[in-house]
Design a protein around this ligand. Structure first.
Ligand code: W6P
Length: 466
């Protein structure tokens, strides 16, 4: 089977890490030439990453690979892989000499926006119809000429030499649409794998998950975050209205207080709905008003929302819905250090015994009975927000780790829990692949960073004091 062979071939290449810095720098040159280079890079890189996942899904221990839902997900990965490798390469475009040399990386390399070059063997025409994608540096001599100052980029028409023929735009749009379809196809991956794991757990009749399965799921979901991040970034660069603070889905000035505020509102809302409360436990936020750093706001909001829900649930269940007016507040403190940005969420929800701690991070941990789990998953009710599925915490920690952060829980059984979110201000994408990081760590230059202090204490308080 040629698809199996192709997957096997691509899976023999290592995946290439991409740092946040590369993406920001690249995204600030969003003209057609570089977008096409991004398409060429992504087509190959995604094919490699997807092929690795197909292989991993085939090699799961103890019959987990044989679960119908796991096979279903594997099928999606193979299908998306197939669509990517079948997508015509840049070689299919009839381009003029200037653009061709721009895309083939023949000109001098501009190190500043150099994307990782892909694995050389894939340039073999046997595997890729575009030999030019083989070693395409993202930038080159011409790229520096095309550089448009950030504040003018959005509002002036492109210089004449950037007006590419319609087929270039068509090619670019088609590729973006392919990525949109692929992203959508994989939307139900987490729920479907979860269902597969539950079936498997039932079949082997065990309640404990081996370390190998836990490790597999960590790597698998981390990889998924990376793939969807790359796809989301490309789609955003091609479809979203430009915004001075955004490069694709990366916000170069993610305001921590704003994101905390939003997560607090959402978590409290969900809590109030779930427990039919008039007012959920109060949440106090202490955060410098102007604290910002480059990040994907959606990732941070997701992490905060997840932890806040856990704290809210613990407080409500410890103190009882009938004591609505006497809930002890949950305290969120945000502090900026030189390297780290740390968010601590403290609740008085009674804490967790140390013996239960390791379970918190497993994909098996749940506060619901198994049958309830099965039903909820079957109904695709994964988002049932307060349900306590047990996937929220390990997944949130992966989101934190994705850009070099981490998450920790410290508990005082009988009193409450402190959750720490550590974020790396010098963010760079680090994906886990086993114990080893795929990505090199390239920090931002120091000049990029500046720390502003709150003018007065009231700037630090939430709700805002007027
Ligand atoms: C708890 C259990 C928990 C998990 C995660 C975050 C906060 C809390 N509080 O009682």
């Amino acid at each position: 089977n040629s698809l199996v062979d192709k997957i096997h071939h691509y899976a023999s290449f290592p995946q290439t890490g991409v740092s946040l810095q590369q993406l920001v720098k690249f995204g600030q040159h969003p003209n057609q030439g570089t977008l096409l280079n991004a398409a060429a890079f992504l087509r190959e890189e995604l094919a490699i990453r997807l092929s690795h996942r197909v292989r991993d899904l085939q090699e799961l221990p103890d019959g987990l690979s044989e679960m119908e839902n796991v096979k279903l997900v594997r099928g999606w990965y193979a299908e998306s892989f197939d669509e990517l490798v079948k997508f015509p390469g840049l070689g299919s475009l009839s381009l003029n000499g200037e653009l061709r040399s721009l895309l083939s990386g023949g000109a001098k390399s501009n190190k500043q926006i150099n994307f990782p070059s892909s694995t050389p063997n894939l340039a073999d025409p046997k595997w890729s119809s575009t030999s030019s994608t083989g070693n395409t540096g993202m930038g080159n001599g011409n790229a520096s000429k095309m550089r448009i100052p950030i504040e003018r980029r959005y509002f002036s028409p492109p210089p004449a030499h950037l007006a590419y023929p319609p087929e270039v735009h068509e090619y670019n749009d088609k590729f973006t649409q392919l990525l949109q379809r692929i992203k959508q196809r994989h939307d139900p991956t987490v729920t479907t794998i979860a269902q597969g794991v539950l079936e498997w757990k039932k079949k082997i009749g065990g309640d404990v998950m081996g370390r190998d399965v836990q490790g597999f799921l960590d790597r698998f979901y981390m990889s998924r975050i990376g793939i969807r991040f790359l796809i989301g970034q490309h789609i955003a660069l091609n479809t979203l209205q430009p915004h001075p603070d955004y490069v694709g889905i990366i916000c170069t000035r993610t305001n921590v207080q704003d994101v905390c505020h939003e997560a607090i509102e959402n978590a409290r809302f969900v809590c109030e709905e779930h427990y039919a409360l008039y007012k959920g436990p109060p949440i106090q936020l202490l955060c410098p008003r102007d604290l910002h750093f480059p990040y994907v706001p959606g990732h941070l909001a997701h992490i905060l929302f997840e932890l806040l829900k856990n704290s809210l649930r613990a407080v409500v269940e410890r103190h009882g819905v009938e004591n609505e007016d006497d809930f002890p507040p949950i305290k969120v403190v945000v502090v900026e250090g030189k390297e780290d940005l740390t968010i601590k969420i403290s609740d008085e929800g009674g804490g967790i015994p140390r013996s239960a701690m390791p379970q918190i991070w497993t994909y098996m941990y749940t506060t619901m009975s198994e049958t309830q789990d099965m039903e909820a998953v079957a109904q695709n009710d994964f988002k049932a927000p307060m349900a306590g599925f047990g996937y929220g915490l390990p997944l949130s920690r992966l989101y934190a780790r994705f850009f070099g952060g981490d998450m920790r829980l410290i508990s005082m059984e009988g009193y409450g829990t402190d959750a720490y979110i550590h974020l790396n201000k010098l963010s760079s994408s680090r994906e886990y692949r086993g114990a080893r990081m795929v990505d090199g760590i390239s920090a931002y230059g120091k000049s990029f960073w500046y720390c502003r202090r709150a003018a007065t204490m009231k700037d630090w308080l939430y709700p805002p004091v007027s």
